[in-house]
Design a protein around this ligand. Sequence first.
Ligand SMILES: [Zn+2]
Length: 259
Amino acid sequence: MIKPWEGAMTPFRIYGDVYFVGTVPASAHLIDTGEGLILLDTGYPHTLYLVLEGIRRLGFDPFDLKILLLSHGHYDHLGAAKALREYTGVKTYIGAPDVPYADGTLDLTWARELGYVYNEAFTPDVPLHDGDAITLGRISIRCISTPGHTPGCMSYFFENAGKRFGMHGGVGVNSMAQDFLMRYGLSFDCRQEFLEGLERVRKEPVDILLGNHVGNNDEQTRYLRLIAGDADAFVDPTAWGRFLDRSRDRLLAQIESEK
Ligand SMILES: [Zn+2]
């Protein structure tokens, strides 16, 4: 388990009004809507101070946060949501099926598997459903349900500065592995739902992929290109399809390995 500061990353502008404020273990993205800030995921509870510091280093005020959109109900993405809401008053949004994860009704936040205890239960302000749209200032975000990794995994799509941004709600095979599903008595249907979800979002045109983990989109390599002067380092319309293919292949390999 690395110490929070060992996973620190320099915050930076990805493109347009979209910024990276996360850490190596878990991404967090900031969107400046002109009428307040949107945060996509919080990361772990113990790295919240790094996210807040990142927001300030970019010249923004955490107290301008209006909307916290959570990709799904796992500890590494929503772990700091309760603290952030109490501190800033931000409204919290999550895919409806993951509300019982967030509020502690179900012990499925993956906290134990990650070596922690989930002591951050909170009731999300807004449960999201497939097809919902969230508008703030110049940003309008479309929500597409992509269950599998968790039942409430929500993918987000929006346009800004002439580019189309996309983030998948969660692709890790860990929570679709046989031993995990059996340990918690969960249905194996999540695997088929995951594959169907990948197909559903495949037709979305995405110029800039936002990963909810560093590595989903070669963030560190692209960051080096960006600071070397390539303003389009994150613009790559082929990255989305490749990412979805990789995610599908990982699950298929996992299933194959269990035979
Ligand atoms: Zn997860």
